[in-house]
Structure formats: C-alpha cells, structure tokens
Design a protein around this ligand. Structure first.
Ligand code: HPA
Length: 286
C-alpha cells in the first residue's frame, strides 16, 4: 500500500468521532468555520460554548503550529449553531493530506451544511495592499498538480462522487451575502476578490515562483485551505473563503523585502477583529 493510502480514514472512524462529539454537545451545528493562523479569536465570540482540545477527540490529529490553540469550539454565533476549528492542520507540518481534511468529513457527519474558511496569504496581485481581505472566488490546487489531492485513493460514495466538480467550489450566493455584509459594515474599501493558490510550504516562495503564480492568474498565495475545500465540496458542503493579505510577495530582485512569519502575525493581529466582524455578520445573514 502506498504512503498516501496508509493514512486514509475510514467512514466508520469519521462516524465514531462525529458520534462521540454529538453525544457531548447540545448543539447541532450547520455552519463550520476553520480559523486560520492568528484568526482563532472568532471561536471566542461563540455563545454557550463547548470546547474540545484536539487531543481529547477520538481519531483527531493534534496541532503543532505556534499561534494555533488546537481545539474544536461549538456554540452559537448570531443565533446560528456553529462549530469552529481553532487551529487547523497543515500539510507542511508533516500530516498526510487526508489527515489535514479529516475534520471536514466529521463536520459533514455532524450535519454541517456550510463551511467558512479563513487564512493568511501573501498578496500576488499588485493592486492588493497589506491588510486587505480577499473573498476567494476560486483556487489553484498546486499540490493537486503534484499528486497530493485528498480524494486520491478509493472513493467512498457515502461522502461523495468519484469525480466531483470544482468549477463551483466557492458558493456565489454566500459570496453575495458576504459582499452585502461588507457593505453594511462599511468595510468595502479593503475587500478584494480573487484566486487563492495553495503551495505546501513551509518555505515562502522564491521571486521566480511568485512571478509564475502571477502569470497563472493567482491573486494570493498560502499554505492551506484548498484540501479542506476539495473535501468539503466532495461531500456537498457550500463553501465561503476569506484570505487576509498579510504581506505582499516579493517579485523584484532588487527588493530588500523578505517574507517572514512575524509580518504575517503582525498583520493578522491588526485585522483579526475586522475579519471576525465580517464573518459573524455573514453568519447572522445565513
Ligand atoms: N506565502 C505563502 N503563505 C503565506 C504568505 C506568503 O507570502 N503569507 C501568509 N501565508
């Protein structure tokens, strides 16, 4: 058996995890929110919270990255039953790609219908500024180009079809609602729309790589989100995604700028409350 098959989770394992959670919470969440690096504060906005550290949840992977609390938080946001992932799993941490997406299948079995994903990303589009919030209209699954698609391997029809469509990955109606939420909040000046490209990381991109990604039509680049979205669409969840542009990528050989994690965290701190407000306003409109 190949390495990629060894870590595939069975339907029954996902079901065990979902049943374990359902027997411990009064909530029946219909919305799941995956909080990106430094964006986990969203989970603290939930009311009547029930939290589960990842290490306490059967079959759940454990988070290793700094700035990720690593817990599942259930509760109500603007009257909607939600579950938040405070800290996600990244391929660069060494997880198998199917481990990264495991929680999404658990959400599906919990009865979740809508997935909201957030991430920190580097701005490739020259018109973008640090601090902009990009509504994701499409993605480029670069690891998928290289054979790392979480749906590789035997297909379980209880989750979805063998060959799922991805041309409608990001739900237009949810994006429209989010746009209205942004307008109502008066924050459209820093809202952008664009294509998110995932690379595995953990290295930031070279100058030549950034130029290639720009030529491919990507507006933002990051190290997450796409595997979760692929698995969510496979099992029929509607998806909305936001990228916080934490830095502008370097495309000029004379530039003294260097991509670094500190800048990513600093921008995240600056904008995290605005992003939280936008997501909670959107959830209120669902
Ligand atoms: N590249 C990749 N991932 C990122 C970046 C970046 O510039 N910024 C935040 N996440």
């Amino acid at each position: 058996m190949s390495a990629s098959n060894e870590c595939r989770y069975k339907y029954e394992e996902c079901k065990d995890t979902a049943d374990w959670l359902l027997s411990r919470i009064p909530q029946r969440p219909t919305v799941a929110i995956i909080c990106g690096s430094g964006l986990g504060g969203l989970a603290d906005l939930l009311e009547n919270r029930n939290s589960f550290p990842y290490q306490d949840i059967p079959n759940f992977p454990k988070s290793t990255v700094q700035g990720h609390a690593g817990r599942l938080v259930f509760g109500e946001l603007r009257g909607k039953q939600c579950v938040c992932m405070q800290g996600r799993f990244h391929f660069y941490e060494g997880y198998n790609i199917t481990t990264v997406t495991y929680p999404v299948r658990v959400f599906f079995l919990l009865g979740v219908e809508i997935l909201i994903v957030t991430n920190a990303a580097g701005g490739l589009n020259p018109d973008f500024s640090v601090g902009d919030i990009m509504m994701i209209k499409d993605h480029i699954n670069m690891p998928g180009f290289a054979g790392q698609n979480p749906l590789c391997g035997p297909n379980d029809e209880r989750f979805g079809v063998r060959f799922p469509c991805m041309s409608d990955a990001y739900d237009k109606d949810l994006a429209q609602l989010a746009q209205e939420a942004a307008e109502e909040q008066g924050c459209t000046s820093y809202i952008r729309h664009g294509v998110y490209c995932m690379l595995t990381g953990p290295t930031f991109e070279t100058i030549a790589e950034c130029r290639v990604l720009q030529m491919l039509g990507a507006d933002a680049v990051g190290m997450s989100t796409v595997p979760e979205v692929v698995v969510a669409r496979h099992c029929g969840l509607r998806v909305f995604g936001l990228s916080l542009i934490t830095n502008k990528v370097v495309t000029d050989y004379d530039s003294k700028e260097r991509a670094n994690h500190e800048e990513v965290l600093e921008t995240t701190r600056m904008r995290t409350e605005d992003l939280q407000r936008l997501v909670s306003h959107l959830v209120g409109k669902l």
